[in-house]
Design a binder for this molecule. Structure first.
Ligand code: ACO
Length: 337
């Protein structure tokens, strides 16, 4: 019934990921702030994160991840119709998707940035599916990339231990509507909670003319009310996954893999528990990368994929959540063998 509504379905045909060269372990952080490997490991599950050196850009790692995804999908950049870059940390505030498009040589494609913080990849996936389902586009590259190290307050121990840099990408192609991999989704946002996680602009007033003033300044480092975000995630993520499962006409018992935004191992374990899913169904690479925002889901998906962890036909419940606040879930039936 549902598939009869669309002229095409989506299938994910390739994935790729890339991280910058710098590594920062928990031990390294103890030299910068008052913390310990034991505290970070037990509270978050993170052991190390990757950080970009001054010469490394978001476009560099986004392009690298994209090239791997295109290679796996056997898609030439000139075949792409659309490039979506989910990021909150573009190299250029006017957008960095176009620079990835140019670096790849995706001459026929249109490219744009999408900002939804740690939900960016999930929102991008649903966005891409709409272009394909209407029959407008056939081949889309979706990149999730963030360099949060640029915006972390490295003297704030409550946030600097959490974040890392990375990029992940998937190629999404049109397929027969009966084979649509996106079985159901649900997207949510609530600006009333935006103060719990911010990377906001702060300016000083500058007078241009007696009657005209503008604000000029810069973005302030990430500020987070950790406990509130934690409570929000543990409550809302199982709820939104359940709604997406309902749209997919499935139950949590039919889920093979839980692929959540990699923010905190305790959040992932609590969500699995609330959905009555075994811990083994949780895909996690948080220990190696920390919270890489829009990159975390495609990075974990790519690693699971290349480790042959996923089998064709399996059901993956994907959920992103983060600043905005934004959150959402997509139920995907895996198709790559
Ligand atoms: N090392 C040692 N002690 C610390 C550290 C640290 N790095 N950070 C905080 N503490 C201390 C605090 O000062 C506090 O001490 P006190 O009891 O003397 O006041 C104590 O540890 C407990 O601090 P809490 O903040 O209550 O610790 P909590 O158990 O809540 O864990 C954490 C903090 C890990 C940040 C958790 O709240 C969390 O994961 N929140 C969710 C974050 C998240 O999921 N973000 C996702 C979205 S990200 C995005 O969209 C960009």
């Amino acid at each position: 019934m549902r598939n009869g509504l669309y002229s095409a379905g989506i299938t994910i045909t390739g994935s790729g990921s890339a991280t910058p060269s710098g590594r920062l372990s928990n031990e390294d952080l103890t030299q910068m702030v008052e913390t310990s490997d034991e505290w970070i490991t037990t509270r978050t599950g993170i052991k190390q994160r990757c950080v970009a050196a001054p010469g490394e850009s978001l476009v560099d790692i986004g392009t690298q991840a994209s090239q791997s995804a295109l290679e796996m999908a056997n898609v030439h950049p000139e075949q792409l119709d659309l490039v979506i870059l989910a990021t909150s940390t573009p190299d250029d505030l006017f957008g960095s998707a176009v620079s990835i498009q140019t670096a790849l040589g995706a001459k026929k494609a249109v490219a744009f940035d999408l900002t939804a913080a740690c939900s960016g990849f999930l929102f991008g996936l649903v966005n891409a599916a709409q272009f394909i389902r209407t029959g407008m586009y056939q081949k889309i590259l979706l990149v999730g990339a963030d360099l949060l190290s640029r915006w972390v307050d490295w003297s704030d121990r409550s946030t600097c231990i959490l974040f890392g840099d990375g990029a992940g990408a998937v190629v999404i192609e049109a397929t027969d509507p009966q084979r649509d991999a996106l079985l159901g989704f649900e997207l949510c946002s609530d600006g009333q909670l935006s103060h719990t996680l911010t990377l906001s602009h702060q300016g000083d007033s500058r007078t241009l003319l007696d009657s005209v003033q503008v604000s000029q300044g810069n973005y302030q480092p990430i500020h987070m009310k950790g406990k509130e975000v934690y409570r929000f995630a543990v409550e809302k993520v199982p709820e939104v996954i359940s709604k997406a499962l309902f749209h997919a006409e499935l139950t949590s018992q039919q889920v093979d893999w839980l692929l959540l935004h990699q923010a905190n191992q305790r959040i992932m374990d609590a969500v699995a528990q609330r959905l009555n899913l075994p811990q083994e169904s949780v895909i996690s690479n948080l220990a190696s990368y920390g919270n890489t925002s829009a990159a975390s889901i495609p990075l974990a998906l790519d690693e699971a994929m290349r480790a042959s962890q996923l089998n064709a036909g399996e059901i993956i419940a994907i959920s992103g959540f983060g600043a905005g606040l934004t959150w959402g879930a997509a139920i995907v039936q895996w198709q790559i063998v």
